[in-house]
Design a protein around this ligand. Sequence first.
Ligand SMILES: Nc1ncnc2c1ncn2[C@@H]1O[C@H](COP(=O)(O)OP(=O)(O)OP(=O)(O)O)[C@@H](O)[C@H]1O
Ligand SMILES: [Mg+2]
Length: 241
Amino acid sequence: MTIPVGEIPVPAVVLRIAAGRPVKAVWDNEAGGQTFQIGHGDGREFVKVAPPHPSVNLHREAVKLRWAAPYLTVPAVLGVGREGATEWLHTAGITGRSAADPHWIARPQHAVRAIAAGLRALHDRVPVDQCPFSWSVPDRLSAMPDAGRRLSAPPTIDRLVVCHGDACAPNTLISADGSWCGHVDLGELGVADRWADLAVATLSLRWNYPGDWEAEFFDAYGVTPDPVRIDYYRALWNAED
Ligand SMILES: Nc1ncnc2c1ncn2[C@@H]1O[C@H](COP(=O)(O)OP(=O)(O)OP(=O)(O)O)[C@@H](O)[C@H]1O
Ligand SMILES: [Mg+2]
């Protein structure tokens, strides 16, 4: 989960989509995938490529991006497919810089408050009663039965919302004025307790910003920290790694 350094070979599918426009590698993920930016400015586009991996499904991400688009600022899907073993997802660029961009890493208070406000808006706006996707504890545990035996019993639901599913800092985009302006990486989007997102969003702050920003985050989101639910959902997240 980093901004790549050095020369990264550009996959054939990305070169084909770029059709001569400039291409830059902008992100490496933990599953061996990359994201490439094509072009610059408002007209820029992105192509995410993923080698086979049990937890990655870019077709599913495309379905979720299209479903969420009426409620949120998320990338418009321009295409999705598979070339050999490699899956790819082509999207239109949305405005703003990732909260993990060096510009925002140097301004952690702004970034943290924007991430929290963006997550609050996502939880408040997306209609939970119309969402066809689940990110519930039973569904997540069904993919890893051994972990279920190791973890404590799940806490009761505080508030059921449509969760982002990977609310780590880099997945919020922030505009030049410091306000959140979009979300990316919706492959796990689904209905769950809001603490499933809150626990991971706050855990990720320490991976991206020096210092302890959890209190600032909870203040900007507008909730009192719930240590039992935070611990449970962090343990569940870590068990999925
Ligand atoms: N359509 C888009 N508009 C603007 N930025 C984008 C877009 N798509 C991707 N990005 C940028 O590329 C980065 C990587 O994209 P994305 O988060 O979808 O990849 P990922 O490999 O699934 O990430 P992770 O490491 O969090 O799993 C994002 O953090 C964002 O900065
Ligand atoms: Mg991401």
